[in-house]
Design a protein around this ligand. Structure first.
Ligand code: 7RM
Length: 654
């Protein structure tokens, strides 16, 4: 990595924890870290004992037969009991678990006592349909309270859930149902999205035409737009679930009982069914939720804007917050309905204190302009979080200043579906922040940056991010494909988990995530990360969002090709192209100057908001687009391609 790149990212301010935040923070110093360093297994065992109720204590903390780990062997516990019942038993039944807001504006507050009844009824409904411990249940719903309720109902009886994001197609749903051989599907008639109905049941019906393992389908009425019900197979939630008893004792589960399968959408190939189990998973999500978000369950109102269809929703809407007895906001719809201030209206209305969202959303809000957050009172916010992609320093500063009013720490949390829980993140009362850096591994986590030879690169240095120690919420494998588990994660470096991300450490030891390693460009023998060039482009006042790919170049090996969305009020021009190229040259160095810049209104993204650079590479290389099924909006790429071909974008040869 060039010195200029180091300079770009390390310049600028560091942000120590604000004194008033640090004064009352759960973690204010390095003692937790020191304890974990001294004995990571004992640290995690301490967290498991302190944070969870166990029916039977474990005999052994960890059995590590690389790459297979088992945590808390011999221990038994029930996840639904830990997330719901024990809070009611402790006298907190009247505390609100979920403050739910529907897109049309309807609302529901669900207390822990009500949640206990609802989960128990749903669990009894599953039992009545013959669902047993070890079975798989697919869930395909919008963001309604019954989605977490369905997940917890499965956990209560020991069935594994497989939540499929409500934006996926019938083919994607069918593939996931069949891979897991799910016995039942829980869905809705429809979901509200931007004022329109997404016909979930129709899509589910199409998927179920060729899904022989599914014997029952439970349908929640949400949009009430009229759907067809197949007698014998389909049951209305309000008939089946509401008739059940609210008594359903949570059965103790083995710590290694399968809790859920979650398919990674990936950008290529067949999705992998990532498996997570019970005791270790709940331990690490409970611990990280408490420490990273500094939760004070009696006073905080926490809002994670993810969908339950992603791992972020599993760990930080459902299991982490509920295990801590927290109060969370759940919002059903999109951020621009009915207007672009909807998120800020929700923060104001519920007095949200902790907000956890994604850089793609933050950059969209920047593009829309400051007027929308400025319309609303955001003074309740005390902590902000980011997840899903590297957050470029420009977006970090905007988030900090415009949303956090300069008062709130930001926790930039690095983790994956596979890691189950946050792995690299600041502790907001203890870690001085650098905008754009996820800072350090959390206590009990072993992360390093290694070179091609698998050796640590040292400080400072750049290379591949690896995890060098088992962690409680680690994936237990790929459903039905143990070989793929080994090949994908454990074959690149002996004895190390390879995350697939590039990273570097700066001179102070801070970790900077550089995106997927497939997204690193090699220009005239220099490694340049797409994330860094994107960050430099977005640093320019005219740019809202940028995606950068490496394209084949006869002289330099690869050339930097950029796709740029302008902030409202700016106009594309040749002068602006020159200005942006110079801006990148100034911030990183001439080597990183984009050879071409194409202005566009949109970028191809997965449904969870990650840019699909592979498709942009194909556009720039004029190749076939390949598989576009994970795209949120397939028309975007065609539009970009048309413009790209029309603009001679590749021909600029300064
Ligand atoms: C939680 C989630 C995982 C991939 C991961 C990274 C990227 C996630 C950050 C990040 C930089 C972050 N799970 N990623 N968080 N990159 N900084 N804070 O997103 O399985 O859907 O994706 O996302 O590339 O490998 S995921």
């Amino acid at each position: 990595m060039s010195d200029a790149i180091e300079g770009l990212l390390e310049e600028g301010r560091t942000f120590p924890p604000p004194p008033e935040f640090a004064a009352t923070a759960r973690v204010r110093d390095s003692s937790l870290q020191a304890a974990a360093d001294a004995d990571p297994e004992a640290f995690w065992a301490g967290q498991a004992a302190e944070l969870l109720d166990w029916d039977r204590p474990w005999d052994r903390v960890l059995d590590w037969q690389p790459p297979d780990a088992q945590w808390f062997l011999g221990g038994t516990l029930n996840v639904a009991h830990n997330c719901v019942d024990r809070h009611v038993a402790a006298g907190l039944g009247d505390r609100v678990a979920f403050l739910w807001e529907g897109e049309p504006g309807d609302e529901r507050a669900i207390t822990y006592a009500e949640l206990q009844d609802e989960v128990s009824r749903a669990a009894n409904a599953l039992l009545a349909l013959g669902i047993e411990r070890g079975d798989r249940v697919a869930i395909y719903m919008g963001m309604v309270p019954e989605l977490p309720i369905a997940m917890l109902a499965c956990a209560r009886i020991g069935a594994a859930h497989s939540v499929v994001f409500g934006g996926f197609t019938a083919d994607s749903l069918r593939g996931r149902i069949n891979d897991a051989e799910a016995k039942a599907l829980i869905t809705c008639d429809g979901a509200w999205r931007r004022g329109a109905v997404v016909p979930l049941k129709d899509i589910a019906d199409e998927a179920l035409q060729d899904a022989p393992s599914v014997h029952h389908c439970i349908v929640l009425r949400r949009t009430d737009h009229g759907v067809s019900m197949t007698p014998g197979r389909d049951h209305w939630w309000h008939d089946l679930v509401e008739a059940q008893s609210e008594h359903c004792p949570p059965e103790p589960m083995d710590a290694e009982q399968l809790l859920f399968i979650l398919y990674t959408s990936g950008t290529t190939a067949k999705p992998k069914g990532i498996m997570h189990t019970t005791g270790g998973y709940l331990t690490q999500v409970a611990s990280t939720f408490r420490n990273v978000f500094d939760i004070r369950p009696e006073s905080d109102v926490y809002w994670c804007t993810a969908d339950c269809g992603w791992v972020t929703g599993h760990s930080y809407i459902v299991y982490g917050p509920l295990a801590n007895g927290a109060t969370s906001v759940i919002y059903e719809g999109t951020p621009d309905h009915p207007d672009k201030d909807r998120f800020w209206a929700i923060v104001e209305k519920y007095g949200v204190t902790i907000l956890y969202t994604a850089p793609t959303a933050i950059r969209t809000f920047m593009k829309w302009g400051d007027e929308y957050p400025q319309r609303r009172d955001l003074s309740s916010l005390r902590l902000l979080g980011s997840v899903g992609e590297p957050i470029n320093p420009e977006a970090w500063i905007w988030y900090h200043d415009v949303i956090g009013h300069g008062r709130t720490p930001i926790v930039d949390t690095w983790w994956q579906t596979e890691t189950g829980a946050i792995m690299i993140s600041p502790l907001p009362g203890a870690t001085p922040l650098k905008p754009g850096s996820a800072t350090f591994p959390l206590p009990g986590v072993g992360a390093d940056v290694v070179g091609d030879d698998g050796e640590p690169v040292g400080v400072p240095g750049g290379g591949y991010l690896v995890l060098n120690r088992p962690w409680p919420s680690m994936l237990r494998g790929v459903w039905g494909d143990p070989q793929r588990f080994r090949d994908t994660y454990w074959s690149r470096f002996e004895g190390l988990y390879f995350a697939g991300d590039g990273a570097k450490r700066d001179a102070d030891g801070y970790l900077w995530l550089l995106g997927r390693v497939d997204d690193v460009m090699l220009v005239s023998g220099h490694n340049i990360s797409t994330a860094e060039v994107e960050s430099a482009l977005v640093d320019h006042h005219a740019v809202a969002e940028a995606a950068v790919v490496g394209t084949t170049d006869a002289t330099t090996g690869q050339a930097v090709s950029a796709f740029v969305i302008l902030r409202s009020g700016n106009v594309a021009s040749d002068d602006l192209v020159r200005e942006l190229r110079d801006h990148v040259a100034k911030l990183i160095g001439p080597i990183a100057k984009p050879k071409s810049i194409l202005f566009t209104d949109d970028l191809p993204k997965t449904r969870s908001g990650k840019i699909m650079r592979r498709l942009l590479r194909n556009v720039a290389e004029d190749e076939s687009l390949g598989d576009t099924t994970t795209l949120a909006d397939p028309s975007v790429v065609a539009g970009i391609r048309d413009r790209y071909l029309a603009s001679n974008a590749g021909g600029d040869d300064e």
